[in-house]
Design a protein around this ligand. Structure first.
Ligand code: SF4
Ligand code: SF4
Length: 93
């Protein structure tokens, strides 16, 4: 992660890591989660669910910070994230 200004306690900062899960059949393809994920984890899949929508999938799962925004923003409760234990990244410059 890059910082525009280096925090004084940068050595103590750990970036949490998460894994995102999609309940495909609940998705209505609104793309809110794709648009608003702050680190661009999600993209629309090629496949369809039973309702005829393209559910999201984690195209860049390594970047997920388990912020939970996709879970909060989804109107269908179709996506959530969980922490990846032991996966924290040391901050970069
Ligand atoms: S938890 Fe946050 S970083 Fe991870 S996919 Fe959802 S919005 Fe993106
Ligand atoms: S916010 Fe929910 S309903 Fe909308 S595309 Fe994402 S998973 Fe599907």
């Amino acid at each position: 992660m890059k910082y525009w200004r280096k925090p004084l306690d940068v050595e103590r900062i750990k970036v949490p890591r998460g894994r995102v899960y999609v309940i495909e059949e609940r998705c209505k393809g609104c793309n809110f989660c794709i648009e608003f994920c702050p680190v661009g984890v999600l993209a629309a899949s090629e496949g369809f669910n039973a309702k005829g929508y393209h559910p999201p999938y984690p195209q860049n799962e390594e970047a997920c910070t388990n912020c939970g925004l996709c879970e909060v923003i989804c109107p269908e409760f179709a996506i959530y994230s969980l922490p990846r234990d032991g996966k924290e990244e040391e901050p970069h410059e």
